[in-house]
Structures are given as structure tokens and as C-alpha cells.
Design a protein around this ligand. Structure first.
Ligand code: TYM
Length: 328
């Protein structure tokens, strides 16, 4: 079967953007593909992390994966740091990467802008991400729009490796949602929704209480006028809210538009809040059950075991192709 791999960082709280852009598709793909979903703790430490917080966030994100509907019987759920081949192939991919192409990465430019001390890990972050994907010979990588450029680099690195050392690595394709690939901030639709925004009203965290969700949506910025029409150019704020509605309700954008034809923002926002609450409340319930059950550790152990078998096989082939003398 075709393989799928994706990862999410265990930094801060996950948002509705992470859910719509990525996790929702993890769940959708798990029946049809051989799936690997990991928590990328090695990527998280490219910016400073407090040890206790990293530990808690890692376990929280693992529990959210399961709560969102990822079935560990179908998909391997694991930590990047539990499979040492990530660091190993990450180094190999770093040696294949050019300074110039890493300097062009917009995520690096954003994260390093205005800082006087920029960690080297932040610079080679995309090389490690390429290793994550290539280790599993993944065909599809479900991600939001902001990871497209990293996927492009991954494809280039796979092609470069295969050209130099012979056909070894699968060149992956991004799998990006048609609606909701880039969920925007609730206070400014020119910025993507992000857990690192200091204004907590700008994002919906997956573990926000129903009341907080209602409050945040009622305060979300809207555009001039009162029509509910999908027009990202002229009505970016409302269009963003419509994308969220579409994802939470399962209705198409056309259906959302038809449903609110002739109604104002007030009615729309009230219903939107209820759609988001209805999506997140059951997830939160499952999240609490999983955290209490203590089942996460077993899930992560089994997941790492499955992942490691594949990662080991690829690493062996890569090293052999490059001329490493393999242990006898
Ligand atoms: P991260 O942890 O920043 O985000 C996880 C996923 O959520 C998506 N996403 C969004 N989608 C729509 N709207 C938004 N506002 C939004 N914010 C975040 C991201 O596109 C991503 O899919 N580099 C990756 C982690 C990573 C990875 C990998 C992903 C490491 N190795 C291998 C795929 C394959 C990242 O920082 O994601």
C-alpha cells in the first residue's frame, strides 16, 4: 500500500488551524494508506524549550492525535526522538542541502527575523524534515499550505540523492486540503492562525472551553458590509470564517453561502461557534479519557517499533548507496 507520513510539533497548544490543515486529513487517510504520524520533538528544540513543558506538550499532542480519531491499530503514532534514524538521516540530508536553498525558506526567514542569536538547528530544520519523510518512503504528506515549500525541498533532496547515488528514495507529494489549507488569525486574516500569536483571541486552541470558543468567534474580526460570501480578496475575514464553517460542518463553501444568504454576520457567527464546539467537544472528552487512562505510553512504544523497522531498512539502503562500509 502507499505510505503517508506527517508530523506536528509539540510546542504550545495545537490550534484549529493544525486540526483543519493537517490532523483532519490524518484521520481521513488512515484507512486507505499505511500511515505514520509523529510528534516532532527534535524539531521543537530548534527553539528553546523548557524540559517540563516539552514533556507535557509531547504527551498532550500524542493524546490529541488519538482523540482526533487516529486509530493506533491503523497508524503508527510515535515520537521522532524514539526513532534515532531521524537524526541520522537528518545529518545525511543536511550534507546534501545547499546553504542558498535553506536561506530561501520562508519559515526560516520568519523565525530568524530580527533575532541576534539564531540557532543553527533552525537553519537545517528543513533537512531534518526531509529525512522524516524520506525515511518512510512516503508517497503522500498531509500538511497545511505553510509546509509546501519544505515539501518542495524534500522532493529536490530526494531527486538529488537518487541522481547521485542511484534510485533509492521515493519522491513524495504534498496532500493539502482544498478548503482550509491556511486558516487565518481571527483578529487579522492576513496572518495565519498560530499558537505563537501573543493574542489568545486570535486562535482557537483544540482544548479551549466551549465558552471561550463562543467568545472568540463572537469577537472575530469581520469585513465591511453584511453578506456572507466567499471572496478571499475582498472579504478575507468572512471567507476565513466560512472555511472554518465548511470544515466543521462538512458543507461545501457554496452550501455555506446558500445557507446564510440574506442573513447577517451575527447569525452566521452564532452558528459557526456551535459548529466548532460540536467538532471539538467530543474530541476534548476523548482527550481527557486518554490522558487519564495512561494508554499513551503503550501507543507510543508500539508506534515507534513499527516506525523503526521501516526507518532502519531505509537508512541501511541509503548508507550502502552512499558508500558507507556497513558493519559486518
Ligand atoms: P507545525 O507543527 O507547525 O504544524 C502542524 C501542521 O499544521 C498545519 N498548520 C496549519 N494548517 C492550516 N492553517 C493553519 N493556520 C495552520 N497552522 C499549522 C501545518 O501546515 C502542519 O501540517 N514542519 C512541520 C512539522 C514537521 C513535518 C515533518 C510535517 C516536521 N517533520 C514531516 C510533515 C512531514 C511543522 O512545523 O508543522
Amino acid at each position: 500500500p502507499l505510505r503517508v507520513l506527517s508530523g506536528i510539533q509539540p510546542s504550545g497548544k495545537l490550534t484549529l488551524g493544525n486540526y483543519i490543515g493537517a490532523m483532519k486529513n490524518f484521520v481521513a487517510l488512515q484507512k486507505e494508506y499505511e500511515c505514520f504520524f509523529m510528534i516532532v520533538d527534535l524539531h521543537a528544540i530548534t527553539v528553546p524549550q523548557e524540559p517540563a513543558a516539552l514533556r507535557e506538550q509531547t504527551e498532550a499532542v500524542a493524546a490529541l492525535f488519538i482523540a482526533a480519531g487516529i486509530d493506533p491499530a491503523h497508524a503508527a503514532v510515535f515520537l521522532q526522538s524514539h526513532v534515532p534514524q531521524h537524526a541520522e538521516l537528518g545529518w545525511i540530508m543536511t550534507t546534501l542541502s545547499y546553504m542558498g536553498e535553506l536561506e530561501r525558506m520562508t519559515q526560516f526567514k520568519d523565525k530568524s527575523e530580527g533575532k541576534d542569536a539564531v540557532g543553527a538547528g533552525l537553519f537545517v530544520y528543513p533537512s531534518l524534515m526531509a529525512a522524516d519523510i524520506l525515511l518512510y518512503q512516503a508517497n503522500l504528506v498531509p500538511v497545511g499550505d505553510d509546509q509546501k515549500q519544505h515539501l518542495e525541498l524534500t522532493r529536490d533532496l530526494a531527486g538529488r540523492f537518487n541522481f547521485k547515488f542511484g534510485d533509492t528514495l521515493t519522491v513524495p507529494e504534498p496532500y493539502i486540503p482544498k478548503v482550509g489549507a491556511r486558516i487565518m488569525s481571527l483578529d487579522d486574516a492576513s496572518k495565519k492562525m498560530s499558537k505563537s500569536n501573543p493574542n489568545v483571541g486570535s486562535y482557537i486552541a483544540l482544548l479551549d472551553s466551549p465558552d471561550d470558543i463562543r467568545k472568540k468567534i463572537s469577537r472575530a474580526k469581520t469585513d465591511l458590509g453584511r453578506e456572507i460570501v466567499f471572496d478571499p480578496q475582498n472579504k478575507p475575514e468572512v471567507s476565513n470564517l466560512m472555511s472554518i464553517y465548511s470544515n466543521c460542518s462538512g458543507l461545501s463553501l457554496e452550501e455555506v453561502q446558500a445557507r446564510f444568504d440574506g442573513q447577517g454576520y451575527g447569525t452566521f457567527k452564532k452558528e459557526l461557534a456551535e459548529q466548532v464546539v460540536a467538532t471539538l467537544e467530543p474530541l476534548q472528552q476523548r482527550y481527557r479519557e486518554i490522558r487519564e487512562s495512561g494508554a499513551i505510553h503503550d501507543i507510543l512504544r508500539d508506534g515507534a517499533e513499527k516506525a523503526q523497522a521501516v526507518a532502519e531498512a531505509t537508512t541501511r539502503r541509503v548508507k550502502e548507496a552512499m558508500g558507507f562500509l556497513l558493519p559486518g
